[in-house]
Design a protein around this ligand. Structure first.
Ligand code: AOF
Ligand code: ZN
Length: 366
């Protein structure tokens, strides 16, 4: 086979690996999404696997178990550098050497400082051929939240809002229920299932009384986070019932924690040293959240953007005109005075959700 065609073989298997990895999207945090394929010495598929949950076997180990003795002198294709450390599970490099593989094809280097290139060096030193950077862009995108958390110590923020075609999230009188259609609302449940936490401010709890679950789409419901600087919260909100999903109440030093006594005991309390989105996402990263969803109102959304706590936007646009100069808009003033300063969006993908449109995009680098 020519070099070009063998590279195409690795690329097309890497597509399958990314597909396998995505099967656990939203379920693996604080761990990454990892898929693996084993080919035998004749490049025939003999094993597949993916990482399903933190604490469960890594993708490589799952695929090797399926391949058994057929992995001898074969090739492993995996989207993330194999680990070489003892974490909740043993090092994958050991399993690779034991299986007698002769080649490992990798998408991206592992940003986890316990691995970060050491897995690749160890395999090379043991005489294994290592090929890196296969579908690197796609592999980085799949694990953008895991990479971001390792690089910055903060969770990756996704901000979602639904608005009319004229950019309104409510009427001048405050009425805003069901701007987007039912299919869009179902896709929000799907989006929540792929996030580790959903964050709202106190005003969303007071005004909308949301449930904030994935309606059972996620095996483990995302953590519901109420971020309130006043702690002026209603005593009987749906979100306080923690039988469906966990709830965390986060507040800063200026809040009056005595107000917490009016609330049920189910939700956990998390005092922050500063009541800023940045501090909140640092603490949620420590909790193991790779990706969080901001489902908040304009004021908190704007502060979150200003503090670089939003990396991705998901916008639902309903083909409706709400009008009204004083009608609510999704963001408050971002403080820009020239078009050079405005936030530029990239990697824009658009599709329809029923009668509505959905736009997904990324802010800045990851
Ligand atoms: C995964 N799944 O398939 C691979 C991972 O605590 P542990 O033992 O589960 O180790 C987690 C680390 O292992 C993770 O941060 C990443 O660096 C590495 N590789 N992790 O969860 C996998 N291959
Ligand atoms: Zn591993």
């Amino acid at each position: 086979m020519t070099i070009k065609s063998i590279n195409q073989v690795w690329t097309s298997w890497m597509r399958r690996v990314l597909e396998l990895a995505s099967l656990a999207d939203g379920q693996t945090s604080p761990n990454p999404l990892v898929g693996a394929v084993i080919l035998d010495v004749n490049n025939q598929l003999v094993g597949e696997g993916f990482h399903s949950l933190a604490g469960e076997p890594h993708a490589e180990v799952e695929a090797l178990a399926q391949a058994g003795a057929l992995s001898k002198n074969g090739t492993l294709i995996v989207n993330l550098e194999p680990c070489c450390h003892q974490g909740k599970t043993p090092p994958c490099t050991e399993a690779i050497l034991k299986a007698g593989l002769s080649r490992v094809v990798i998408g991206i280097k592992d940003p986890d400082p316990r691995v970060s290139g050491k897995g690749i060096s160890l395999l090379k030193k043991a005489g294994i051929e290592v090929i890196t950077g296969v579908l690197e862009k796609e592999a980085s995108y799949l694990n953008r939240a895991f990479i971001f958390r390792n690089r910055t110590g903060r969770s990756w923020g996704v901000l979602k809002w639904a608005m009319s075609l004229d950019g309104r999230i409510g009427l001048p009188n405050g009425s805003s229920k069901w701007i987007s259609g039912e299919i869009s609302r179902n896709s929000v449940h799907c989006l929540r299932a792929k996030c580790d936490a959903v964050i709202v401010g106190g005003s969303t709890v007071r005004n909308d009384d949301p449930l904030l679950t994935s309606r059972g789409l996620a095996e483990t419901e995302p953590l519901r986070v109420v971020f309130s600087s006043s702690l002026d919260l209603p005593s009987n909100a749906k979100i306080w019932k923690t039988d469906l999903a966990k709830t965390l109440i986060c507040y800063g030093p200026e809040s009056n924690p005595e107000l917490l006594e009016n609330l049920p005991n189910g939700p956990k309390r998390l005092p922050l040293s500063k009541s800023t989105p940045k501090k909140l996402l640092e603490r949620l990263a420590e909790y193991g959240c790779n990706k969080v969803l901001w489902e908040c109102g304009p004021s908190l959304a704007t502060t979150a953007i200003n503090q670089n706590c939003v990396q991705e936007l998901v916008l639902f646009i309903a083909p409706k005109l709400l009008g009204g100069v004083s009608a609510m808009t999704p963001l408050c003033d971002l403080g820009f005075s020239s078009m050079e300063q405005v936030i530029k969006l990239s990697e824009i993908a658009s599709s329809r959700t029923g009668e509505d449109f959905v736009f997904k995009m990324v802010l800045g680098e990851y």
